[in-house]
Ligand binder design. Structure first.
Ligand SMILES: [Zn+2]
Length: 215
């Protein structure tokens, strides 16, 4: 468990590194393999003070099972996602500015560039508005992502939640989500954008997921 907490504390530094978070906002969690548990950032801890001690082990309802620190206020949300989506091993959450601007606007990011087809396999969807703190957000995330290939969802008037097989995969999706949110925004400032045709999206997604990179 100590190793997992150490690794998760280190992974949190990717969020400020990529400019995805302000102050103490944002969090990442990881499922504890083989257990009905997850590890998540403690509530309100600044990123430059984040050590393994500030990672709280919780049950999948978001209640701390060890230590004295209160878990992130999003813990119940993360826990719901792990319960609803057994294939998920990591969840990340940010209010990264470009992606959150789309979430406020309430419009899915259309799949208009090859990198989006690669990573997201289509549009990045909008999830419903829900108040923070209970399972409503988690339900909205799971129900939206189950209908899309995207590992990222833009929760209306709130921010980005991403999933992955690992916490690292979830962070990558959060980084790429902000990147495409910015680029598509810039493209739209130049004029109309045209979504890729479904066959091209299919071919790009298949190549990227199955062929691209080192095997
Ligand atoms: Zn939030």
């Amino acid at each position: 468990m100590d190793e997992l907490r150490q690794a998760l504390a280190g992974l949190h530094l990717e969020l400020p590194r990529y400019g995805l978070v302000a102050w103490t906002s944002g969090n990442i969690s990881a499922r504890v393999p083989g257990e009905e548990l997850m590890a998540i950032k403690a509530s309100g801890v600044p990123y430059d003070e984040l050590s393994a001690d500030a990672i709280v082990v919780c049950d999948l309802h978001g209640h701390a099972v060890e230590g004295t620190l209160a878990p992130s206020s999003d813990a119940a949300t993360h826990g719901y996602v792990y319960r609803a989506m057994p294939e998920v091993g990591g969840v990340a959450h940010t209010h990264s500015p470009y992606a959150t601007a789309w979430a406020i606007h309430g419009e899915p990011i259309p799949c208009v560039m090859t990198a989006m087809a690669d990573e997201f396999g289509g549009e990045i969807p909008i999830g419903p508005f829900a108040l923070i703190g209970d399972e409503e957000i988690g339900r909205g995330i799971a129900e939206t992502l189950e209908q899309h290939r995207s590992p990222a969802v833009l929760m209306r008037a709130h921010g980005v939640f991403t999933i992955g097989a690992t916490a690292r995969d979830a962070i990558k999706a959060a980084v790429m989500c902000e990147d495409v949110a910015r680029t598509v925004h810039l493209a739209r400032a130049l004029g109309d954008v045209v979504p890729l045709d479904p066959e091209s999206i299919e071919a790009l997604h298949d190549r990227y997921q199955n062929v691209y990179g080192q095997r």
